[in-house]
Design a protein around this ligand. Sequence first.
Ligand SMILES: *Cc1c(COP(=O)(O)O)cnc(C)c1O
Length: 465
Amino acid sequence: MSTITNHMPTAELQALDAAHHMHPFTHGDGLNAKGARIITRARGVTLTDSEGNEILDAMGGLWCVNIGYGREELADVAARQMRELPFYNTFFQTSHVPAIALSAKLAELAPGDLNHIFYAGSGSEANDTNIRMVRTYWAQLGEPERNVIISRKNAYHGSSVGSGSLGGMSGMHAQGGMPIPDIHHIDQPNWYAEGGDTDPEAFGLERARQLEAKIEELGAHRVAAFIAEPVQGAGGVIVPPDSYWPEIQRICDKYGILLIADEVICGFGRTGKWFGSQTYNIRPDIMTIAKGLSSGYAPIGGSIVSDKVAQVMNACEFNHGYTYSGHPVSCAVALENLRILEEEKIVERVANDTGPYLQEKWRGLAEHPLVGEAKIVGMMGSIALTPDKVSRAKFASDPGTAGYICRERCFANKLVMRHVGDRMIISPPLVISKSEIDTLIERAWMSLDQAEQAIRADGLMQSAA
Ligand SMILES: *Cc1c(COP(=O)(O)O)cnc(C)c1O
């Protein structure tokens, strides 16, 4: 047994964490000075920390714990699979039952002719696969110069060098030599922040047509693919205007470029259908999956590939793969997760029952004086904090100052709600009950009240010029 247990005093755990553990997307010195919050266990939608606090996790871990915490079935399946076949590779003319069974299940669930799965250990890895796959696809078809991938500013596609380049996060591009060549970014369909006086639907069309303009600028013969999240997640749950996706689909069809839907968050029920592509009537050639695929119980990601693309890829040897591509334990856990999602009709509940309940309550937060808009699709939602509801003004303070104040109030009120800049976002487990939704909204409202008081007291209720 490890000598590190959950029963050490919090301060000792924090000291060891500060001494030896480097955290992702974290200012190390800042965290180490105050000490990390230690999460020790979880059930349903509720986390318990090392001090015994019970916290409602409105982020579903990191957008991933769709079936909620503590499902014994997944633990049992993992243990059984570890005993039977803990690992074998799929590189050298071999396969195994969990990878085969999961592939067949995903082909059944995925829309259209998306029937083939290339596995990865995470969403980032899967998007790295996609970069190489779409370029190899066109090279196989005799068009090796078609290597440009168009993405969007403020998109999130992962944190590896390739997927981080696809993403449009300026803070990431500023570190470590990104983006890699031949990735281009167009503007996001973020009407609230960037739409000015334009009508939202007209703005959606305008932003979609940037794709066409970029293709024309670069030359259609150079463009391999366009990648986007059906709803931007880490960018702040940016819900596109209804006009946006049909126009994007039209443009991809017109120029024959591949469409990659990054479903890492939107997949597996998050938007009220199995995939965000179904919610928005998108016909992707490739879908990136991870997160909700296993509800976060085991690391796994992948690319679901259309017949058209698979046929070309299967005609060559793709010199690509990960040791953990199709890891048997992760595949077995994912399959059991899909069984639960399906048999307990969790996606249907998001569409018809608890989803609409949450949406109505969430939209009510727009009444709060600090909130400029409240957006939600299925069970992913965001609110924009503003010093002036009428003009949708940004704060004069550094972006994220108000959001951070609000997030700290949420934590104090036993609610995990994340901030992206000055937007607050939620993505709760899809099994959240109506009474838990009531608690979520109560705590959110209370936190907004307290944040507003603090923001006023700090003299921060000022609009940017
Ligand atoms: C989280 C995320 C990824 C990256 O997945 P990891 O498993 O963290 O590598 C990719 N795309 C989207 C849309 C994501 O939200």
